[in-house]
Design a protein around this ligand. Sequence first.
Ligand SMILES: NC(=O)c1ccc[n+]([C@@H]2O[C@H](COP(=O)([O-])OP(=O)(O)OC[C@H]3O[C@@H](n4cnc5c(N)ncnc54)[C@H](OP(=O)(O)O)[C@@H]3O)[C@@H](O)[C@H]2O)c1
Length: 272
Amino acid sequence: MVRAFVGIEVTAYTRSTLDVTEAAAVNQAVARVAPHLIVNCAAFNDVDGAEDRAAEALAVNAFAVRNLARAAEDVGAKLVHYSTDFVFDGSASTPYREDARPSPRGTYAASKLLGEWFALAAPGSYVLRVESLFGSPANWTGRRGTLDGIVANLEQGREVRAFTDRVVSPSYVADIAEATRHLTMSNAAPGLYHCVNAGHATWYEVAREVAALIGHPPPTLIPVTMDQMKLKAPRPRFCALSIDKLTATGFTMPTWQDALRRWLATRGALTT
Ligand SMILES: NC(=O)c1ccc[n+]([C@@H]2O[C@H](COP(=O)([O-])OP(=O)(O)OC[C@H]3O[C@@H](n4cnc5c(N)ncnc54)[C@H](OP(=O)(O)O)[C@@H]3O)[C@@H](O)[C@H]2O)c1
């Protein structure tokens, strides 16, 4: 994200330098920096864990966003906040538009929807719904998203189980960062935007594409259904997001296949 704003002074925080759940600390940091733009990448992202840790999920995904939105409004800053496809129940069969009615299932999903509402209460806010993020560097040791996990397993010749009944629009973090820069610096209207790479596929189809691009060792892909995996929190089955609104602002999101190829190239993992 910081790289997308090259040429602009950026003050970046981690949890150890700013706990966004602490309203006073947020106010102090914002008053000190007096930013034109606040980009909130902090989240409680443990979808299953949130079922037992609702208070923590709400603190980070909802009430901390209220802290940031209020602080942004106080200094006249724009706010970017990221939300999720999980605000939908996944019962649709065509890509969700921004005006589709949210219907979160599960604590993580509900906490993220509340965060959207708090963010949008501030006048200069952009809420970008992203989904199935990928793009970590090859030497990354932190938390991994599903796609990063698929790539790591295939690269090491390990078996991969992938859903045949969950449809997603995978999103490359570098492209999301570019879209964020575009929206906030092009005078696009504040509000809610779907921000994912173009297209959609089942996780199994995504894994097959990765396997084809990586080429070696011979992949072991095992198709599974969500019912077989017995996950604690419910997942929406169909979560393709329409990016027509983002496109209308003049930003063209590459397809997820193109994004996947570019990311694998940065890891030196492409064989085709
Ligand atoms: N990953 C996905 O596939 C996905 C899908 C849909 C939407 N999203 C949304 O996209 C955004 C970015 O997701 P991500 O996957 O990049 O997140 P991530 O890797 O889980 O990073 C979240 C960051 O927030 C930090 N954090 C947690 N609590 C904090 C607090 N109280 N104060 C300050 N920082 C705190 C975490 O610090 P620690 O490392 O110390 O915990 C971590 O660095 C989030 O809003 C997420 O909900 C992600």
